[in-house]
Design a protein around this ligand. Structure first.
Ligand SMILES: Cc1cc2nc3c(=O)[nH]c(=O)nc-3n(C[C@H](O)[C@H](O)[C@H](O)COP(=O)(O)OP(=O)(O)OC[C@H]3O[C@@H](n4cnc5c(N)ncnc54)[C@H](O)[C@@H]3O)c2cc1C
Length: 327
């Protein structure tokens, strides 16, 4: 198992709103107009400018466009790229579960590194499985991506809001080869199976998964671990492909050696967690598409996978545009 040497800054869920408000106020003070709840239906290229066709029929014509649609808008943006004749590459999709254990199990590790980014190549298939988004004393949450309910996690910086549990994702990366080009759809399809069986996120005790039986409400109640998300007890083996499940089980046993207790029967697995990074539009080093003055940033453009990097990509493009404006 390989521990990545990564610098992590923990902001804390409760600080997000403060940061967003500060950005909003700063921009407003500088005369920037912000239009919320305004969906862009189409990006059209005019001679030198771009026209944004908004839902409801309004249009805005601008010389520069920065597309930052996020994961929820990535499919929409892919369609825009196709219509604009921009080339893109299909990225991978990462599929797995969110694991929840008592915080003590990972304490010796999380006290040292806060978030342990561990990578493991499974013996059975040679696939790469990794931990992602570790939340010491955090909470498991449901996430809605285009109507599909998947699972995620977060934690507060205020110790008074500690949950007593630690959660993290275990993800298996899938890179597809020709002719399949739509990993996004594959991920959504698997997530929709858990939605079909449980109406949302499913939760299963590790012990039940190993015994090949469903976790029901009574088995969940008998466990020592209190779930931080109220999910539907079920059977993840009816949702995840065998290969994913085998990889995840092998990784849990490997983790148990460095964090004893991870493979306890009461460990909770929530499914499914999917990280969509579907299409990455071809960009130059300034994050500009092949069309001049049309930039693409953030998770939806397939170039970032987190808050710091998404924000940094925005700052880089803003600096580039201000340079061009001041020429
Ligand atoms: C529950 C949860 C926990 C997370 N925890 C972490 C974490 O701990 N650390 C971390 O680094 N990252 C975390 N992330 C990921 C992080 O939120 C994203 O990486 C980041 O928000 C990406 O920023 P973005 O600007 O690219 O996209 P977003 O923040 O998704 O913003 C894109 C915006 O564009 C809008 N949009 C899309 N299409 C259109 C359209 N056609 N017209 C108009 N608007 C449109 C969307 O509605 C959205 O508001 C978490 C995500 C979730 C859901």
């Amino acid at each position: 198992m390989h521990l990545l040497n990564a610098k992590v800054r923990h902001l804390g869920t409760e600080n997000n709103l403060k940061i967003m408000l500060a950005i909003h106020d700063y921009l407003e003070e500088h005369g920037i107009e912000i239009k919320c709840n305004t969906q862009v239906d189409n990006i059209k290229k005019e001679k030198k400018n771009y026209t944004l066709e908004l839902k409801g029929g309004d249009k805005i014509t601008v010389p520069y466009v920065i597309a930052a649609p996020g994961r929820a808008g990535s499919e929409w943006f892919l369609d825009q790229c196709k219509a604009l004749g921009l080339s893109y590459v299909s990225n991978q999709v990462d599929i797995g579960v969110r694991v929840e254990v008592p915080a003590q199990v990972f304490k010796p590790i999380t006290d040292e590194v806060y978030e342990a980014k561990l990578m493991y190549r499974t013996k059975r298939y040679g696939d790469l499985v990794r931990t992602f988004c570790m939340n010491p004393n955090g909470y498991v949450v449901a996430e809605n991506t285009d109507g599909i309910i998947t699972v995620n996690g977060h934690s507060f910086s205020d110790p008074k809001r500690n949950s007593g549990n630690t959660n993290f994702a275990l993800l298996v990366s899938n890179k597809f080869t020709e002719p399949f080009k739509e990993p996004h759809k594959y991920g959504k399809h698997i997530a929709s199976l858990s939605n079909m069986l449980g109406g949302g996120v499913l939760v299963q005790r590790f012990g039940d998964l190993i015994k090949g039986r469903r976790t029901d409400a009574s088995r969940l109640k008998k466990g020592w671990l209190r779930p931080t998300l109220s999910a539907i007890p079920g059977d993840l083996s009816l949702v995840l492909p065998k290969r994913h499940l085998d990889n995840i089980i092998e990784m849990i046993y490997a983790l148990d050696k460095i964090a004893p207790g991870t493979a306890n029967a009461d460990t909770l697995l929530y499914g499914v967690e999917v990280k969509f990074y579907s299409a990455r539009v071809a960009l130059n080093s300034k994050l500009e598409t092949a069309l001049s003055n049309l930039f693409a940033i953030g998770d939806g453009a397939g170039i970032t996978r987190g808050l710091s990097q998404a924000s940094a990509s925005g700052v880089a493009v803003a600096r580039e545009i201000s340079k061009r404006l001041n020429k």
